[in-house]
Write a protein that binds this ligand. Structure first.
Ligand code: R5P
Length: 287
């Protein structure tokens, strides 16, 4: 077994290899002046089970192509299997045609990864679990929900209510509510454009309770801020925000450093700056 890191999340790759008692393999990742990507495994991987750690963090397209080049080089170096540890699978919000003449990018990416030579994918909290079926190779779909739930239990939150930011996340909210042995509510949102939505109403009781919002990912933070404001308008206490993937585009970190948010609980599936505001808690998915 050999484990190598792409450039998206070397900190997590290091932690994973430590968990496994392995050293990270040596790989050269560089760029030509033109921006083209060069990869060279600096040790033999012939007949090895190779694990490549790469998440879809900014710049997403760059990291994706880097991963493809890593897979290609591994295959041509006679690796026995090429296993992709992809904590966050990007383009997952484009998993169906919501309008005519749109792509299904999540499926196209799966095709590309497999065609190039990936033999297994290990990922966490896909935006839509059915994306597993876009691959014709094994997909280990793991979840950070238990990690988040264990952390929340340690906080002994008074009058908690788990909140799904939209109808699509309701079954995740229900699962978390079951783990925490509490009730859940669902916010109904209207989407006006990419990264823009507003809350129209809430199903369930939130007044006087402490909401725990559960999301798969936070991108610009717009959805979360709308939900937090919607909950406050309905008489809820300050909230806990939980999400597996902290994409944090633009000024999301500043936006989420919000007085009505007690804590922002995310994982290290995406590499964050070394320092984040005090209300941010980062749980590691490495174990
Ligand atoms: C939407 O269905 C997703 O689960 C997220 O709620 C959304 O994409 C997050 O984006 P943003 O943080 O930009 O609102």
């Amino acid at each position: 077994v050999r484990i190598f890191s792409g450039s998206s999340n070397p900190v997590l790759a290091q932690k994973i290899s430590k968990e496994l008692g392995l050293n990270l393999g040596s790989i050269k990742l560089s760029r030509f002046k033109s921006g083209e990507i060069y990869v060279h495994y600096e040790e033999t991987i012939r007949n090895c089970d190779v694990f490549l750690v790469q998440s879809f963090s900014h710049p997403i397209n760059e990291h994706f192509v880097e991963l493809l080049v890593m897979i290609d080089a591994a295959k041509r170096a006679s690796a026995r299997t090429v296993n992709i540890i992809m904590p966050y699978y990007g383009y997952a919000r484009q998993e169906r045609k919501a309008a005519p003449r749109e792509p299904i990018s999540a499926k196209m990416l799966a095709d590309v990864l497999t065609t190039v030579g990936a033999t297994r994918v290990i990922t966490i909290d896909l935006h839509a679990p059915a994306i597993q079926g876009f691959f014709n190779i094994p997909v280990d779909h793991m979840t950070a929900l238990d990690l988040i739930s264990d952390y929340l239990k340690s906080k002994n939150i008074k009058n908690p209510v788990v909140v799904s930011p939209d109808a699509g996340r309701a079954s995740t909210a229900e699962k978390l509510a079951n783990y925490l042995d509490t009730s859940f509510a669902i916010m109904i949102k209207k989407r006006s454009a990419h990264n823009e939505s507003s809350i129209t109403h809430v199903i369930g009781d939130v007044e006087g309770q402490t909401p725990i919002i559960i999301e798969d990912l936070i991108d610009t933070g717009g959805t979360i801020i709308n939900v937090v404001e919607g909950l406050k308008e309905r008489g809820a206490e300050d909230v806990y925000v939980c999400a597996t993937h902290p994409l944090f585009s633009g000024n999301a970190i500043e936006r989420l450093d919000h007085p009505n948010i007690k804590e922002v609980i995310v994982t290290d599936s995406i590499m964050l700056p070394e320092t984040t505001p005090e209300r941010f808690k980062i749980l590691s998915v490495a174990p």
